[in-house]
Each structure stands twice: as C-alpha cells, then as structure tokens.
Design a protein around this ligand. Structure first.
Ligand SMILES: [Zn+2]
Length: 211
C-alpha cells in the first residue's frame, strides 16, 4: 500500500518545494523518496544535447511510484534543439506515456500543428494536457474537439472559461508564484467559492492522473 499526500490543486509547477502541486522535474532531479507528486520529462528547452542514456534515465525515472505523468515535454519552435530532434524526443515521451499508462503534459510554442498530427498518429489512450494555454476561443475549441486538454496559468484568456467543460478545468502556477491569485480570479469568474473550485480541481487532477 502506498502512503502519499496526493491532494493536488496546481497541475504544473517547477517549484520543487511546492505543496499541493504536481511538480515537473527533469529525470536527474527526481527525488527517490518523497511524498510529493511528480511529472518527469525532458523539457524542449533542454533538448540540445540529449543522449541515449538521458532517454534511459527518463524511462527509469518515469517508472517511479511518485511519478504520475510524463512531461513537461513537447515542441518549441523558438528554443531548444532542431525541430527534427525535438519531434523524436517528443515521440519518445508519447510512447512512454502510453507504455506506462501515465498522462502527458505538453509544452508547445508555435507547434500546434505538430501536436494535432501526433495526436492523430498515435490515438493515445492517455490524456494529453497542454500547459500554460494562452490561446483564443477558437484554438481552445479545436483542442477540446481533438481530445486535447489544457491548463490555464496567469495569462489565460478569461472567455475560455465560458466554453470549458468543468471536468477539464486545470490551473497551474508553472514558474510563477501567484497561484492563489489565479485561483481567486477563476473562482470569481465561475461564481464559485475558492473551496468549491479547489475541490473541483482536486477531482479533475485525480481523474487526469489516473488515481
Ligand atoms: Zn513548465
């Protein structure tokens, strides 16, 4: 039996001391024994010198009990390795996510076409979450229609909340430290108390993370 403090509200942070969050780390930074919950992946920005042993390390780390998701991974056309290399590394994460039945957390910059392409190519059984979504209503609808979900950070477009299925609502702090302000803002727009919103997010987190 696993003893853990699972309750999560913030689906994506890089703050390794965060409480109530899914902490995104590189494989070599993953703590062996921790009651925190993690996602593990090779960030697109860190893809310029990825070796086979890095991919092996990722696979080993992804098997750990406190790792609930694969990522952050993806494609960034403005930073990181060449597009060709980023695509290969992203596909490796997709395969890992499918093999281990752990959902995928995606970083995308100017690469939505590629994300749609891979979604079609793999028809994955695992859920995919694009983090830090700042797109417009149209893009949000296209993603949701393709079965791709997304999480909202401090720069989200408020109108998105009008079309968002509540079971697909995810909030994140990413690199910022103002999660409570985000929670407060979204609760106000949705006309919910912060406690109600937190409860909804926890349920969505657990469903997304297959726990
Ligand atoms: Zn991030």
């Amino acid at each position: 039996m696993k003893i853990c403090k699972m309750r999560i509200v913030d689906i994506h942070t890089h703050n390794s001391n965060a409480d109530n969050a899914l902490i995104s780390v590189a494989p070599q930074k993953l703590p062996l024994h921790s009651l925190n919950s993690y996602s593990v992946g090779l960030h697109p920005w860190d893809t310029t010198s990825v070796t086979d042993s890095d991919l092996e390390a990722l696979k080993t780390a992804a098997l750990q009990n406190n790792v609930y998701a694969i990522g952050e991974c993806g494609i960034d056309k403005l930073r990181g390795a060449s597009l060709e290399i980023q695509k290969k590394i992203f596909e490796y994460h997709i395969q890992l996510s499918e093999d281990l039945c752990k959902p995928l957390i995606i970083h995308q910059v100017k690469s939505l076409d590629e994300i749609f392409f891979y979604r079609k190519k793999y028809s994955p059984s695992q859920r995919w979450l694009i983090h830090g979504f700042r797109g417009n209503l149209l893009t949000a609808k296209q993603l949701l229609n393709s079965g791709i979900e997304f999480s909202l950070g401090s720069n989200f477009v408020p109108e998105i909340l009008q079309i968002m299925p509540m079971k697909s609502l995810f909030l994140e702090s990413d690199d910022s430290s103002c999660f409570s302000a985000l929670l407060c803002k979204v609760a106000k727009i949705l006309n919910k108390s912060e406690q109600e919103l937190e409860q909804l997010l926890v349920e969505n987190n657990h469903s997304f993370l297959n726990v």
